[in-house]
Design a protein around this ligand. Structure first.
Ligand SMILES: [Fe+2]
Length: 202
């Protein structure tokens, strides 16, 4: 069994594991908690969801119930398909208490998948040990008439920060703190044979 690398994950918000196997990695993710969802991420002919299209995916977090998201790379496309990460702690530390309070009042729409899901989640949540947890998705909940200036500032800060770019190759795996690191993906091009197994860990 692989050794749990939680120091790296705690410090950087992500950890890369090279040269593993799907069997070893499936066992490894259990060190972090319960796997609440496993998805095969592949490009589909007629995609119904973003994740199965070949399009670039803007920065977001996955479902708020996933404390960690992990991917094992089975195959990579001949061109593109890079995973991109933004560490929100590098942005939020400079926000005032009032600005953070304002972000706590903004909600994004979320798919209802698990018991207790209400269809939305606040952008910021305070967890135990005074640690901020972020939820950042594509659609604002409740159709707000005006775009909040603090949210605009956050969007600006996200687009100005240089993303960590990772190109996973077969046998590589990545685990991220989903409530801290935003993730996105560059367009999948070339043979489009990208195939990742994704785990949501609670
Ligand atoms: Fe995602």
């Amino acid at each position: 069994m692989m050794k749990k690398q939680d120091n790296e994950l705690d410090q950087n918000g992500y950890s890369i594991i090279k040269g593993t196997s799907i069997e070893a990695f499936s066992e490894y993710v259990l060190c972090f908690g319960e796997v609440i969802n496993t998805t095969e991420v592949k490009v589909k002919e007629n995609p119904k969801a973003f994740v199965t299209s070949s399009k670039a995916i803007p920065f977001h977090t996955d479902h708020h119930a996933a404390d960690y998201v992990a991917w094992f790379c089975r195959e990579q496309a001949s061109v593109g398909g890079e995973t991109m990460l933004i560490d929100t702690t590098k942005i939020l530390y400079q926000y005032s208490v009032d600005e953070l309070e304002e972000l706590k009042g903004i909600h994004f729409t979320e798919h209802t998948l698990f018991e207790g899901d209400v269809g939305s989640c606040p952008l910021l949540d305070m967890s135990f040990k005074n640690k901020w947890k972020i939820y950042y998705s594509f659609e604002l909940h409740g159709n707000p008439k005006t775009h909040n200036p603090t949210l605009r500032k956050l969007e600006n800060d996200i687009s100005n920060l240089t993303a960590i770019t990772i190109r996973l190759m077969p046998g590589d795996a990545l685990i991220i703190d989903n409530r801290r690191m935003l993730h996105g993906r560059s367009q999948i091009q070339g043979n489009k044979h990208r195939h990742l197994t994704r785990y949501w860990i609670k």
